[in-house]
Design a protein around this ligand. Structure first.
Ligand code: GDP
Ligand code: IMO
Ligand code: MG
Length: 453
């Protein structure tokens, strides 16, 4: 009779499939393929016009996504970039870490600019950043000296460490005064020992945190919900859901240039875990590729330019951090990195941004791979000492030396510009979806409908 039951179950599954099920789903995802600041915010904002829901699934206010709407620049950190439309649902999902003070300030700031956060949802499972996380972040960085990562000092790493260590405080805990008091007391006791005795820095004050956070809790309560359930329901209902990556592939905790990484999983698989949606729901994965490379913070950067071309890119591209204001390190586009990202994220499309920043260059180099002891390198080296010995292999392409920022159709781009982006597609094996020639919504050239049919 067991067999009979199984046999009966099969037609039901088939029925569910042909019923539409997976086929009617329209989701898309925007992922950073390099070291962050590729222009994810701009691409999300562009695609969000077609979306009903925008979801952040990892990271915290270490992110800085600048979105320009009608020549007004908005710098978003925790809020999804869909918040700048007034008709989208915006979700800060389970895999994020939330600094209540920062998100509340962001909401206030947005409202003061005439926008609304009334459609915001915050996962009841997301983890809360507390003042001891910031203090530990700073103390750990200082103690590492020359080996410091150059974190944003927002407490991101220590907060994720507590989550993995199962002593973290979640949003639902913050919403429950009794639970919060208990968990906070435990953490403050331990953290103060570490702060004082290990790092020799000021401890934090339990009562002060309690008072502040209970107030934050009251102000956040209206946004808190089971976003896991909601997001899957939206997908099943046929709403268009757009996942907004923060940070980028080379900053991924497992797959990036460890330990010079962030503490979350910015790759596409991370969005499945972080938003609480199974991997089959994730479609139309767009890898954002800045037309050259930047890195803010320490760590390997094989195609870095420490010469005047690097200075040119920094000045022409205004490459200074949105969050910290730090000058970003600049270099040639590294397709060893982007090809690695293509595989790690199973990219469907490329969105190439900031092509206009290269307008003035007479020639442009692209790193198409590395060699080690004269042999081509397969995959991406794990050992940073090995990575340091790798030599980038460059191709030199002609520049276009024309202002392309006003161009709206692919075929109107100068031939050299088309050749440049087509070479990126060729080497990485990922088709072109979008080419961006400026920060504004309209400065976007679309080659493919990325949301698909
Ligand atoms: P994100 O963290 O990936 O969202 O990127 P950031 O916002 O930190 O940095 C990207 C910067 O480039 C922002 O200031 C954007 O407004 C800007 N931007 C995005 N796309 C383009 C583009 O195609 N051309 C130019 N000139 N700027 C762009
Ligand atoms: P968006 O979303 C660029 C970098 C930091 C540091 C490392 C670890 O704007 O692309 P953390 O504070 O996360 O522990 O710092 O990661 N980093 C970013 N670099 N863009 C970001 O976000 C980043 N978020 C973190 O500079 O090197
Ligand atoms: Mg950024």
């Amino acid at each position: 009779s067991r067999n009979q039951e199984t046999e009966q179950a099969i037609p039901q599954l088939t029925l569910c499939d042909t019923n539409g099920g997976l086929n009617i789903m329209a989701t898309s995802m925007v992922i950073g393929t390099q070291w962050g600041d590729e222009g994810k915010g701009k691409i999300v904002d562009y695609l969000a016009e077609q979306a009903d829901v925008v979801v952040r699934s990892q990271g915290g206010n270490n992110a800085g996504h600048t979105v320009v709407v009608d020549d007004v620049a908005f710098a978003l950190r925790l809020l999804p970039s869909g918040i700048l439309y007034d008709n989208k649902i915006n979700v800060v999902g389970t895999g994020t870490v939330i600094d209540p003070k920062v998100i509340l300030a962001e909401i206030e700031n947005l409202e003061s600019q005439g926008k609304s956060a009334k459609t915001l949802q915050i996962s009841n499972r997301a983890h809360v950043i507390l003042p001891y996380h910031n203090r530990l972040d700073e103390a750990e960085e200082a103690s590492k000296g020359a080996l410091s990562i150059g974190t944003t000092k927002n407490g991101i790493g220590p907060c994720y460490a507590d989550k993995v260590n199962r002593i973290g405080i979640r949003i639902c805990d913050l919403m429950n005064e009794e639970v919060f008091k208990e968990k906070l007391a435990y953490n403050v006791k331990i953290k103060n020992k570490i702060l004082r005795d290990v790092y020799g820095v000021e401890p934090v004050d339990y009562y002060e945190i309690l008072k502040d956070y209970l107030e934050y809790a009251d102000r956040l309560r209206q946004y808190v919900t089971d976003t896991n359930y909601n997001v899957v329901s939206y997908i099943k209902d046929g709403k268009k859901v757009l996942f907004e990556g923060a940070q980028a592939t080379m900053l991924d905790l497992d797959h990036g240039t460890y330990p010079f990484v962030t503490s979350s999983h910015p790759i596409s698989g991370g969005a499945s875990v972080g938003a609480g949606v199974g991997p089959n729901y994730l479609k139309n994965i767009v890898g954002v590729v800045k037309a050259y490379a930047t890195r803010v913070g320490a760590g390997p950067f094989p195609s870095e330019l420490l010469d005047e071309t690097g200075d040119f890119l920094r000045e022409a591209g205004h490459e200074f951090g949105t969050v910290t204001g730090r000058p970003r390190r600049c270099g040639w586009l590294d397709l060893a990195v982007v090809s690695y990202a293509a595989d790690l994220n199973s990219l469907d499309y490329l969105a190439i941004t900031r092509l206009d920043i290269l307008d003035k260059l007479p020639e442009i180099k692209i790193c198409v791979g590395y060699t080690l002891n004269g042999e081509p390198v397969k995959g991406f080296p794990a050992d940073l000492q090995v990575l340091e010995q790798c030599k980038p292999v460059y191709e030199t392409l002609p520049g276009w030396q024309t202002d392309i920022s006003g161009i709206r159709h692919y075929e109107d781009l100068p031939e050299a510009a088309r050749r440049y982006v087509e070479r990126i597609s060729e080497v990485t094996g990922v088709r072109l979806g979008i080419v961006s020639v400026g920060p504004n919504r309209k400065q976007t050239i679309v080659l493919q409908d990325v949301f698909g049919a």
